[in-house]
Design a protein around this ligand. Structure first.
Ligand SMILES: NC(=O)c1ccc[n+]([C@@H]2O[C@H](COP(=O)([O-])OP(=O)(O)OC[C@H]3O[C@@H](n4cnc5c(N)ncnc54)[C@H](O)[C@@H]3O)[C@@H](O)[C@H]2O)c1
Ligand SMILES: [Zn+2]
Length: 410
């Protein structure tokens, strides 16, 4: 096979075992499979790879929670698109044909109420793909998996007495009492958040976190066994154009934006003073390319983020200002057990290989809003989703939640 020729199906139709019309494309000699390539990160990564001359194949099942209107318009026509589920062995085998680099982005994400589906899509889907590559001796030269900062149990912190510490997940009883402090695991005193390095203990407690941990451990240990270079990128909260406006379970900026555009206040969990590291999607896409092209990160988990902390209350303020809808956020004394209080990535490992975030939060939010304004009517799905999450005990109320007469409370 000529490595510089990539034969793809055109016009891009759903792959159903018969590729109707084919065309050939000259590439830089590298062929990539991007799973989840219709999504936020996968689609920006696909664009970047095409720009770099890669042949690109996308496998994505257009998960309805994310793609309520079906196939999104941004799937690039130069990429071969396989509308298939990562759990479908034959489809995955077909998608791996002739591929040099795998960017495994497909996942079931966010705070959704299922349990088994996370394990099936994320853990099983990844394990099966690795098994196929190994059993069939496919010549994959690099496997990059999308992990998450959710794998950490709580962000690193500084205790006045004990220095750098790695606190435990805050006990549910503490949160129920409306006490959100992150305590030193040695002396129990309140600590101050600091940058979290990759060496921090993992142990995130949401089912999503558990399966992201599975994915990265499966990939990295498989890499050690097979000798195939692997990298697990632990993304921080990623946002940007194309982030689903339909999915009320994931993406704080997208959720705040759709709430405000519908005249509804953003809802803050805890007291809104928790902090996150928000990273623009273009930066995450570039980190993937770097992971594929450099060998400096091989075999490692690698934080990818902005390295900067922002409170969720501040995010709400910035989004409200950017959409020009002056509605104050509300904090109703609710919390999500297992959620971390503070997490900002120490990005020095990625930086040592040349990674540098380029897009600041204000400018990134502006780009997201420019995009969302072109999306026609944007509905708020969050209010309905919240009811489900309360019913399934994913959102809890503190014992001291104010008994306000807010009709949305229950
Ligand atoms: N966005 C974030 O803040 C963030 C943070 C950390 C990690 N991640 C990880 O990054 C990756 C990409 O996330 P994203 O933000 O682009 O999410 P996204 O939901 O926009 O994209 C995920 C894509 O995967 C597809 N998908 C879901 N289930 C599938 C299945 N069973 N078979 C095939 N395709 C399937 C979806 O249709 C979607 O297009 C995921 O692995 C996610 O866990 C995202
Ligand atoms: Zn201490």
């Amino acid at each position: 096979m000529d490595p510089y020729i990539w034969k793809i199906a055109r016009p891009v139709q759903d792959y159903d075992g018969r590729l109707h019309k084919t065309m050939t494309q000259r590439t830089n000699g590298r062929r990539a499979l991007v799973t989840g390539g219709a999504g936020l990160i996968g689609s920006h990564l696909s664009d970047l790879l095409l720009k770099e001359g890669y042949g690109v194949r996308i496998l994505d099942n257009l998960e309805p929670q994310t793609h309520r209107n079906g196939r999104p318009p941004w799937i690039p026509p130069q990429a071969e698109f396989h509308n298939a589920d990562i759990r479908d062995r034959d489809a995955v085998r077909a998608a791996l044909e002739g591929v040099d680099v795998v960017f495994h982005q497909a996942a079931y994400g966010g705070y959704m109420p299922e349990l088994a589906k996370y394990v099936h899509v994320n853990s099983f889907g990844t394990a099966q793909m690795l098994e196929i590559i190994r059993d069939e001796n496919l010549p994959v030269e690099k496997f990059v998996v999308a992990s998450s900062q959710a794998v950490y149990r709580e962000g690193a912190a500084i205790c006045e007495e004990h220095g750098l510490v790695f606190p435990h997940t805050r006990p549910a009883g503490q949160l129920a009492a409306g006490d959100y402090a992150v305590r030193c695991p040695v002396c129990g005193e309140a600590s101050t958040s600091t940058l979290t390095p990759e060496e921090a203990p993992t142990g995130g407690e949401s089912v999503y976190a558990i399966t992201k941990s599975d994915q990265e451990r499966l990939v990295l240990s498989w890499g050690r066994q097979t000798g195939v270079p692997t990298v697990a990128l632990r993304y921080s909260c990623t946002y940007g154009p194309r982030q689903s406006i339909f999915n009320p379970y994931t993406g704080v900026i997208a959720i705040f934006c759709t709430r405000l555009l519908n005249g509804q206040p953003p809802v803050l969990y805890e007291d809104g003073e928790q902090t996150r590291d928000l990273c623009f999607v273009g930066d995450v896409a570039r980190a993937n390319l770097l992971a594929a092209q450099s060998d400096a990160l091989d075999g490692l988990p690698v934080n990818v983020g902005s390295g900067l902390a922002t409170t969720i209350r501040e995010v709400a303020r910035m989004v409200s200002e950017a959409v020009d809808v002056p509605i104050e956020p509300i904090a109703r004394g609710e919390y999500r057990p297992g959620e971390m209080r503070h997490l900002t990535s120490d990005i020095s490992r990625a930086a040592s290989a040349g990674y540098e975030p380029e897009v600041g939060l204000q400018s990134g939010i502006g780009r997201y809003i420019d995009w969302i304004r072109g999306q026609g009517h944007v509905r708020d799905y969050f209010a309905e989703a919240e009811k489900v999450l309360r019913a399934k005990s994913i959102i809890h109320e503190t014992r001291y939640a104010s008994g306000s007469a807010d009709p949305e409370r229950r």
